[in-house]
Design a protein around this ligand. Sequence first.
Ligand code: SF4
Length: 215
Amino acid sequence: MSEDLFINEIFLSIQGESTYAGEPCAFVRLGRCDLRCRWCDTEYAFHEGVAMSIPEIEAVVQAYPTDLVEITGGEPLLQDNVHLLVERLIQDGKKVLIETGGHRDISGVHSDSTLIYDVKCPDSGMSHRNCWANIPLLREQDEVKFVIASREDYEWAKGKIKEHGLSSRHSVLLSPVWNSLAPKDLAEWILDDGLRVRMQVQIHKILWGSSARGV
Ligand code: SF4
């Protein structure tokens, strides 16, 4: 069986999101996605990429001076071989984060990996694709992210956080859509409501600009 993966890009950057924000991190971006979020900032990953074997990917990642690796996309859980890659990277001593859109089955993910589980809010146009059956499968180390484009998205996310008791079990991340919602507005809503969440802004975009790739 081929162990290749369709890879869009691999690069070293500063982790811009999650509780690992600010840390040097190797990113492995897998190509293809079966969602079409309105505010997607990685549309180039839908079709662009090359086939790489797992040893080739490991070799690139090993050359970077960090033990933190994020597997992202696109949608990484679309490719079954991602699980083999995660296993190998963990064997290599890496801390592995997997960012997924929250609509794919997560029951097969490695027990030592950490999911950054992206729940799609209504303004993304993809909230009908959220797989709520995944929520009880999330492990303590998994982080739940909501990307917020409007007050309506915020109220929706607030309701889902409460309905599923997410703040008591996970780090919950709220992130404003770049150039769509002012970070200050989101900050004030969170403070007004006393939400137990972690607000985040995309550090990599502040550092290198919103259209830069490979950073
Ligand atoms: S899931 Fe991610 S890669 Fe796919 S369309 Fe949405 S933002 Fe873009």
